[in-house]
Design a protein around this ligand. Sequence first.
Ligand code: PLP
Length: 395
Amino acid sequence: MTLPRKELFDLPEGVLYLDGNSLGPLPKGAAERVARVMRDEWGADLIKAWNTAGWMDLPRVVGDRIGQLIGAPEGSVATGDTLSIKVYQALAAALQMRPARKVVLSDTGNFPSDLYMAQGLIDTIGKDHELRLVAPEDVADAIGEDVAAVLLTEVDFRSGRRHDMGAITRQAHEAGAVMIWDLAHSAGAVPVDITASNAEFAVGCTYKYLNGGPGAPAFIYARPDIVEGLQPALAGWLGHASPFDMELAYRPAMATERLRVGTPPILQLAVLQQALEAWDGVDMADLRAASVTLCERFIREVEARCPQLTLASPRDPEARGSQVSFAFENGYPVMQALIARGVIGDFRAPDIMRFGFTPLYLDEGDVIRAAEIIEEVMVKEIWRDPEYNRRSRVT
Ligand SMILES: *Cc1c(COP(=O)(O)O)cnc(C)c1O
């Protein structure tokens, strides 16, 4: 198997897409797949398609395919809803597992939605839990005996900094805490062995490196040995042991299925299933090696050409995910000028320009070309054009 596999994606001509860490590109065949699901399944079979087209099983089938990419056994990954919801579910279950403890530990580099969901859950429970935030480098030392759950995103969305999943999980367990990993910037980006980590929960989204499209369903993993004791906080009918018996009382399904909530998004799941075919035969170690090569080359090229930009990612590839960030005061207009020239990355306030590297559809030639265009925008100060200084809603 060789990388890249550009032929599997529909990328517009002339675009260097360095934003697959935020929204993956359209996989070839996905549009046709959705058209078939709509016409031949929904259109022709109507409600029968839940059985005839395997719609009811699709969340589990897709979950198992994601499981292969994160080292999770069959049946341990449920799909659906959004990542924010899955964070809520995992944390609610974790807090029930440690009723005597009141602290949720996370870090200041975490994605805001994870923190908002945690605080919202704490407020809803109303049992005086505390969301405690420390700097990412201080997490390990902050895991004390009062911590119920450690909620961390492995790869920082701004800087690409990567936590040591194995070591932190071990420390959490030594202190008696439950470990929840958010794999939003890990799944499809770096090798993950969630089983080896021994973490209780993992969650992630599928529209970033997994190319499932905007609004693609999220996933949640629960360690198989704890599933039977989990009380789902969002006890929806499709997490019931027997949804179509329409019982008045909730009885959780026996496996991770209990972390399903309501009706699955079939069209999005069909896109995702198609997108996941791009991973067939991909060895995550090969992918990681290619990702490191691309990131290292990018850093070298950009630093040599643009001394105005400051690397905002760890220099050590081991401590980094599959993205590279540069800080620059005028990062927003610079990024707009780059996008206008076909180099698509994105901007995160206050001053971070993010570039994602996705070996499925990028090679070193793309990286060099992107660095040349960045140099042009910086040297000629093209970003000063007022057109590039108007803020859009999505940055
Ligand atoms: C992208 C991302 C999210 C987004 O959550 P949604 O509910 O899918 O919008 C949440 N957490 C992290 C860590 C992310 O990277």
